[in-house]
Write a protein that binds this ligand. Structure first.
Ligand code: F1P
Length: 346
């Protein structure tokens, strides 16, 4: 529902309408570089944004952790834009990063859920995510709606800058409009994810691998697992495995392989073979129809077919369910994870 609210009012006859965005076409054409700054899940949404914006709009994007950006004396130029992402709009590091960007005089666009929050008030432009109240501490629909706005910005900027044709935009819009319905379909995996989670509730380490946008979403899936089930989990760009991480794989180690980029699918299948050869237990996520991975992985979860650029919205759902059921099986309080606050204001 939150995702529909974020996507639907902004799609009008195949034209992207970011109705709250006060950027003229000239402003969009003049952007030199985008700096996305955020913390936690919002930072992960920003990494998805980097892949999609660079791909569709051909604008260089840097993604920074707010807690680093605020102290590292970043170089911001006149025609740069800073995109600040924060569900609560109150995260202290993110607010401080915003002030640093402001001090350097660049235009600030924030993506915020809470209307009238500090970050929203301090920005030049605000896009609200309309996710409704986030009840649990761990962000779920906040992430989904932030990612949706990344797509909309990428499409809008891509069209204005002449990188996405009207025909391609219409196709992508249709894909985007199918996302909420496909998420509904994924809820049918609830029982399956519960069963898998109960089987892995005693895992000591969980490695989550992916390439491209699948890597970006792996970071978020890993955080969900850590923050609510307290299992040690790391996300790795699958191509990095051979540069060290592969040494950590031993008999029975759980590896979640996200393999939903058509262009990188074969490479992911090879990575699964590499970890299987070292005894890993592999749970793969693949697109419907891409069945080759089933020959090497122990279990495969299929998501509905979708354009590669929008897979993050679908991949994250079974993994959120997985993290939830692992946490429940371990007796953790999912809504109030230890040591975590809903908004980190200090
Ligand atoms: C950022 C964040 C959340 C996380 C937790 C702590 O919050 O790291 O992603 O789930 O709630 O804070 P925000 O800036 O998006 O409100």
């Amino acid at each position: 529902k939150a995702l529909k609210a974020t996507i639907s009012p902004r799609l009008d006859n195949g034209q992207i309408v970011l109705d709250q965005l006060k950027y003229t076409d000239e402003d969009i054409k003049n952007i030199n570089r985008i700096h996305i700054v955020a913390c936690g899940s919002a930072w992960h949404a920003g990494i998805v944004g980097k892949y999609v914006i660079e791909d569709l709009a051909r604008i260089p994007v840097e993604v920074d952790l707010a807690s680093e950006f605020r102290y590292r004396n970043p170089i911001l130029n006149k025609n740069d834009v800073c995109i600040i992402i924060s569900q609560s709009g109150e995260t202290a590091d993110t607010l401080a990063a915003l002030r640093e960007a402001k001090r350097q005089g660049i235009r600030i666009l924030s993506i915020v859920n809470v209307v009238g929050s500090s970050i929203a008030r301090d920005s030049d432009d605000v896009l609200y995510t309309w996710a409704g109240p986030e009840i649990a501490v761990a962000t779920t629909k906040g992430y989904s709606t932030q990612v949706a706005l990344m797509y909309l910005i990428a499409l809008k900027f891509g069209q204005v800058r002449g990188c996405v044709s009207a025909e391609e935009a219409a196709k992508l819009v249709a894909e985007l409009e199918s996302v909420p319905e496909k998420i509904e379909q994924l809820f049918a995996l609830d029982g399956k994810m519960k069963e898998l989670a109960e089987g892995h509730a005693n895992a000591k380490d969980v490695f989550i691998i992916g390439r491209g946008i699948d890597y970006a979403v792996a970071l978020e899936c890993s955080l969900k697992l850590k923050e609510i089930s307290y299992i040690h989990s790391e996300a790795y760009a699958a191509g990095e495995l051979k540069h060290g991480t592969i040494s950590l794989i031993e008999e029975g180690t759980l590896v979640v392989a996200i393999a939903t980029q058509d262009t990188l699918y074969e490479k992911l299948v090879s990575n699964v073979k590499e970890v299987k050869a070292r005894g890993a237990n592999v749970l793969a996520i693949a697109k419907e129809g891409n069945t080759e991975i089933a020959e090497v992985a122990d279990e495969v979860i299929y998501i509905p077919a979708i354009d590669d650029r929008f897979t993050a919205s679908l991949d994250v759902i079974p993994m959120q369910l997985f993290a939830y059921y692992v946490a429940v099986a371990r007796g953790c309080d999912v809504d109030k994870p230890r040591n975590l606050a809903k908004s980190v204001t200090v």
